[in-house]
Design a protein around this ligand. Structure first.
Ligand code: PMP
Length: 297
């Protein structure tokens, strides 16, 4: 098997050599930002949107990425090429870099850019056909006015606590509510409900990341003629929905068939979810930056 190469410190290194300093503020304080991106059959899905979101997150925390957006996009593509990957999950991390033990990022001389690409299926394949069970948890979403969920930062403790609670309940994923009790999102994905043919997802201000998969699904739903709205809703609305599904770069589109012990609809992935998933799978291979342009044309 070919050795996996990771971009670190301006060069490609083997996985075993891809180590960062204990003085990196990404490690010491979660000071940094990241993106998760997918490539499908050689097409990087919505690369521009991911790069834009990475730069927005970085701007928000006053982190200056030492590459132009084009250079960073090229790096993502290069990482796929050197690893011969056509279908993969890509993680881009920009940490504040190496500094001293103090909190002040002024001691950090240069942000560290890391690009990792590898094959990944978040959930076992059969769960995409059967749907998953989730719970709602006690951990609330970070308040937008404290640490904006729109910043995809290395501070994922809020989400990790959710995942721990999900594990304690014996399920793979969970929903967070915001401080007012409205449904915000999953630990690493956005949530949608379908009721009487209408599709709803919480608006960003509730405390949801404006997911790139979420945006794609909203577009697909509207193009298919569905009524698709961003609207606040509660746990009750999730319990009585006809269908529930989650979206995310890692999760893709996955049906939810049980929430807090309540069976959703008839306990199977619903027709709307299946239709959106089918269209999504078509879109991701047709739409995107081509890694191996020459071979594909
Ligand atoms: N919410 C959170 C908290 C996430 O970490 C993610 C994964 N990036 C998402 C939603 C889904 O966003 P996207 O579709 O852009 O991956």
């Amino acid at each position: 098997m070919k050795e996996q190469l990771i971009f670190l410190n301006g060069q490609f290194v083997s996985k075993k050599d891809a180590v960062v300093s204990v003085y990196d503020h990404g490690f010491l304080y979660g000071d940094g930002v990241f993106e998760g991106i997918r490539v499908y059959e050689g097409n990087v899905f919505r690369l521009q949107e991911h790069v834009d979101r990475l730069y927005d997150s970085a701007k928000s925390i006053m982190l200056s990425i030492p590459y132009s957006k084009q250079e960073l996009s090229d790096l993502v593509v290069e990482t796929l090429r050197v690893n011969d990957l056509l279908n993969a999950y890509i993680r881009v991390v920009v940490s504040r870099g190496v500094g001293n033990l103090g909190l002040d990022p002024a001691s950090c001389s240069r942000p560290q850019v890391i690009v990792i690409a590898e094959e990944l299926a978040l959930f076992p394949k059969e769960l995409y056909e059967s749907g998953i069970e989730i719970v709602t948890v006690a951990t609330r979403r970070n308040r937008s006015d404290v640490l904006s969920p729109k910043v995809k930062s290395l501070n994922y403790l809020n989400n990790i606590l959710v995942r721990i609670e999900a594990g304690l309940s014996g399920v793979n994923e969970a929903l967070m509510l915001n401080d007012q009790g409205y449904v915000a999102e999953g630990s690493a994905d956005n949530v949608f409900i379908v009721k009487n043919g209408e599709i709803l997802t919480p608006p960003g201000y509730v405390g949801a990341l404006e997911g790139i998969t979420r945006n794609a699904i909203m577009e697909i739903a509207r193009n298919l003629g569905f009524s698709m709205r961003e609207e606040v809703f509660t746990r009750h609305d999730v319990y009585v929905a006809d269908e529930v599904f989650l979206t995310g770069t890692a999760a893709e589109v996955i049906a939810v068939v049980k929430v807090d012990g309540r069976v959703v609809g008839d306990g199977k992935p619903g027709a709307v979810t299946n239709q959106l998933l089918k269209e999504f799978r078509k879109t991701v291979v047709e739409d995107g930056v081509k890694v191996y342009e020459q071979q594909i044309v």
